[in-house]
Ligand binder design. Sequence first.
Ligand SMILES: Nc1ncnc2c1ncn2[C@@H]1O[C@H](COP(=O)(O)OP(=O)(O)OP(=O)(O)O)[C@@H](O)[C@H]1O
Length: 316
Amino acid sequence: MEYFIILNKCAGGNKARLLWPKVEARLKQLNISYRTFVTQYDGHAVELANQILSQITHAHHSDAVVMAAGGDGTLHETLLGCIGYYATYPSESKIPIAFLPIGSGNDFARALKIPLHWDKALEQILHCSKAASLTVGQYTNLDTHDEGYFTNNFGIGFDATVVHDANRSSLKNSRYFGKFSYWISVINALRTFQGFNTHVKIPGKPEDVYQNAFLVTTTNLPYFGGGIKIAPDASAYKNQLDLIIVEKPNPIQLLLFVSMIFLKRHLSLRFIHHYVQKELLISTKDSRYGQIDGEELGERTYNLKFETASYPFWIR
Ligand SMILES: Nc1ncnc2c1ncn2[C@@H]1O[C@H](COP(=O)(O)OP(=O)(O)OP(=O)(O)O)[C@@H](O)[C@H]1O
């Protein structure tokens, strides 16, 4: 096999920069054939994935794997680059994506049972012999007709506000205080977040309207926010997406929500709504932050169609 590694040295609050020499030493020790492409800026992994696929010749096509080494954001960009390439060359067979989780949240790795320690994860990738087709989320902005994909989730509201706030924290890149700054952002958002109007339409059913939504997350995986099991039965092995809507809780409901999440019983609460669908429409009437796989979308209203798509991954 030949591994084309897209490396984000900034992932995990620069943890990846420190780990990388160890990963390289292991690859060399095992005589693994690989090439490294280091991201230089936000969004660069999309271009690198596209360039890598255009460089891979027919001669070694069947032996190639694109490996995203970083956090969920790096994996997200790698997927976008690969899907973008095959949209231009649809007749080519797809090169699978492997993921070495050396970021902060690593929800994708957690959900797919990829070890969170780099050497175990690398071992699993190197022992993998067959690609698995996984479901990824696809969304279309119905106002602009732009399309995009997500490996983890597309969140509007509370989670995206936390991502926005945490990204602006001066402690964000600290190895020791990064987690602390994340929880400060959670508390800030809990104090100030205003509910928003959200409409959900499922094919063949009347529209549901939520006047005071707090969290609207369409997910492909059980975890979000770095290990919170928001959709316990969601799975990238199922051809469906889970939508979780939480209506703005009062302080008692919030306490109940947090305790029930630990017990994995939160979906039975009456202010939480759960949909499992292959296709759904979501529109919001008030401007709120959005996030895709932890990457910020800014503050605006959304008019979206969600569907499932698939891509081959090199997991185990
Ligand atoms: N050279 C670079 N300089 C600045 N930002 C970069 C660079 N390379 C990549 N990035 C950006 O770093 C961001 C964070 O990366 P990533 O999500 O992979 O790690 P993480 O946030 O630590 O992990 P997780 O998403 O799992 O919490 C991404 O938005 C990516 O575009």
